[in-house]
Write a protein that binds this ligand. Structure first.
Ligand code: C2E
Ligand code: MG
Ligand code: MG
Ligand code: MG
Length: 285
């Protein structure tokens, strides 16, 4: 019988299982080296105000350029980082890099808004998480009002008293807090009201069904009214078509993000985007 003794697991031997374990351990070792080996980088995706079509911020998304396997998406290496304790150094690196980049782009006049950083459960629950965030801000010189932290429902609905304290502290520093993938997890609406949340991000699985899928439309419109009634901003993820954008705008959704506007881009491509976007929207007179 496979006995679960915390992190030490006894399992029946099977060649297949062993191969996969070996693969996982190798990849974990690779990830450990990726941090110092400059194999991690951030891609930035624009967030657009749907009313004025203005750029309000960028979401920083982690990427791993593996030396032999190529580009590994975060859905694959972030869970691995969570399970191996590597999420702490990786999370700190993401925060520092995103804050430093945003501070530089603000100084160059390329952007005025926020940079959004995703925070996972283990990272958020680290006892020194607030210090890690404060350090990223002070090292980069980024003002706290330019930083947004994205957490999922599972993060905020876990260990409520402690979470509330952490959220309150972050908020009192001036940091914006949002709930990512909203609608896919379990939220207690009464807690949602008490938390110092700045915005809800509608999960892209709902956006994708718009405007024709009735269930997606019902959920998206319910999230938007909930957000509005609680005084929160609402952003829809994964907008790929003009139809989706118009539909969301007609529901009074504040902002959007998605391939329709731009894909996540490494820093140099993002600079090009920021330059052309500001020219297109504020043509020189
Ligand atoms: P997320 O935070 O919900 O990010 C949105 C994901 O949707 C991103 O995938 C983005 O590339 C993708 N996306 C954006 N626009 C569209 C669109 O129009 N259509 C479609 N189909 N997809 C779109 P990505 O970059 O692969 O990231 C996946 C997830 O990995 C993120 O979901 C986030 O949960 C996690 N992640 C990424 N970077 C970090 C990080 O630095 N730290 C942590 N803890 N998690 C991260
Ligand atoms: Mg996110
Ligand atoms: Mg999301
Ligand atoms: Mg997601």
């Amino acid at each position: 019988v496979a006995k679960d003794l915390g992190r030490n697991r006894y399992q029946f031997y099977s060649p297949d299982m062993n191969a996969r374990t070996l693969e996982r351990l190798t990849l974990e070792g690779d990830l450990r080296r990726a941090i110092d080996g400059n194999q991690l980088f951030l891609a930035y995706q624009p967030q657009i105000d749907l009313t004025h079509r203005r750029l309000t911020g960028l979401e920083a998304l982690a990427r791993w350029q593996h030396p032999t396997l190529g580009l590994i998406p975060p859905d694959q290496f972030i869970p691995m980082a969570e399970n191996s304790g590597l999420i702490e150094p990786i999370g700190a690196w993401v925060l520092e890099t995103a804050c430093r980049q945003q501070a530089a782009w603000i100084a160059e006049g390329l952007i005025e808004g926020t940079v959004s950083v995703n925070v996972s459960l283990h990272q958020f629950r680290q006892p020194n998480f607030i210090e890690v965030v404060a350090k990223a801000l002070s090292k980069s010189g980024l003002a706290a009002c330019h930083l947004e932290l994205e957490v999922t429902e599972s993060v905020v609905m876990h260990d409520l008293d402690r979470v509330m304290e952490t959220l309150d502290t972050l908020r009192s520093l001036g940091i914006k807090l949002s709930i990512d993938d909203f609608g896919t997890g379990y939220s207690s609406l009464s807690h949602l009201k008490q938390f110092p949340i700045y915005r809800l991000k509608i999960d892209k699985s709902f956006t994708q069904g718009l405007p024709h899928d009735r269930e997606s439309a019902a959920i998206a419109s319910a999230i938007i009214s909930l957000g509005k009634n609680l005084g929160l901003e609402v952003l829809a993820e994964g907008i790929e078509t003009t139809e989706q954008e118009q539909y969301l705008h007609s529901l009074a959704c504040d902002a959007g993000q998605g391939y329709l506007f731009a894909r996540p881009m490494p820093a140099p491509a993002c600079v090009d985007f920021l330059r052309s976007f500001s020219t297109a929207n504020h043509p020189p007179s």
